[in-house]
Design a protein around this ligand. Structure first.
Ligand SMILES: Nc1nc2c(ncn2[C@@H]2O[C@H](COP(=O)(O)OP(=O)(O)O)[C@@H](O)[C@H]2O)c(=O)[nH]1
Ligand SMILES: [Mg+2]
Length: 239
């Protein structure tokens, strides 16, 4: 069994219409273990995201360097400093469900996993929530990861949980779209335990997509995900 103090990290860029409800819903959850802190990593939003998050009860860290990885790292550092045992990541737009937090942390609390990946492929994807090019990209990337790392992954989703000690030791370097992939492949290279659980995937509630809904976001995400997957597999094979 692992101690279960949980830090939830929510990277957010211009999510003022979504963030307060999401923080409140997350704080209202009572997963196994306990939520010690909800950290919103505000990535230089030019709307009210930070103030909304704080008013709802989140700890807000401001990371002016743009990038999903920069925001995740700043949020992770704040959560680790608060003394949590487990860090959970979820998106700021209500695509991930806070009431599935217990499913995502469960395998770590039970002592059976070091990293838990929420798989939307194995869960439920709401109609229109995932465009075809994203489905294909996730399928291809997961397949490549299974082949190169021998891990049983079916999706590359944002909803994930990791032991604090592990994330602190991974020396994360991908500061944009490659962050989730880097976390997964470095954990695999360590021989640490990765477990997938089914999660739901809903439509963004409000506001606009910055990643899969834009050509630039899609191309950059695909390039980083595939690049990181291949790069760390080479390092693995070089011992
Ligand atoms: N910190 C940070 N977060 C981002 C950035 N781009 C998107 N996000 C957040 O990452 C999550 C996913 O982005 P989203 O726009 O919903 O992409 P989609 O799910 O592919 O449509 C949301 O919580 C966004 O607020 C960014 O450049 N920096
Ligand atoms: Mg989204």
């Amino acid at each position: 069994m692992t101690n279960g103090r949980i830090g939830v990290v929510i990277p957010a860029l211009n999510e003022a219409e979504n963030i307060a409800d999401l923080v409140l819903a997350t704080l209202a959850e009572d997963p196994p273990g306990a939520i010690a802190t909800v950290v919103v990593a505000d990535n230089g939003s030019d709307d009210d995201t930070g103030r909304q998050a704080e008013a709802a009860g989140a700890v807000v860290v401001v990371e002016p360097r743009r990038g999903y990885g920069y925001a995740c790292l700043a949020g992770t550092e704040a959560a680790v400093q608060a003394g949590v045992d487990i860090v959970v990541y979820l998106d700021a737009d209500h695509s991930c469900r806070p009431d599935e937090l217990g499913d995502v942390v469960g395998p770590i609390i039970d002592g059976g996993a070091d990293l838990v990946l929420g798989s939307r492929t194995r869960g439920t994807i709401a109609r229109g929530a995932m465009p075809p090019h994203q489905r294909f990209g996730n399928w291809l990337s997961a397949r490549l990861m299974r082949r190169l790392y021998g891990i049983a992954v079916t999706d590359l989703g944002p909803y994930r949980a990791i032991r604090s000690e592990l994330i602190s030791s991974l020396d994360m370097a991908e500061m944009t779209f490659g962050w989730p992939t880097e976390m997964t492949v470095k954990t695999a290279n360590r021989g640490a335990r990765i477990v997938e659980v089914p999660v739901s995937w809903d439509q963004r509630r409000s506001g606009t997509s910055k990643v899969s809904g834009t050509l630039r976001g899609t191309v950059l995400a695909a390039r980083h995900i595939l690049g990181v997957t291949i790069r760390y597999a080479r390092r693995r094979n070089q011992g």
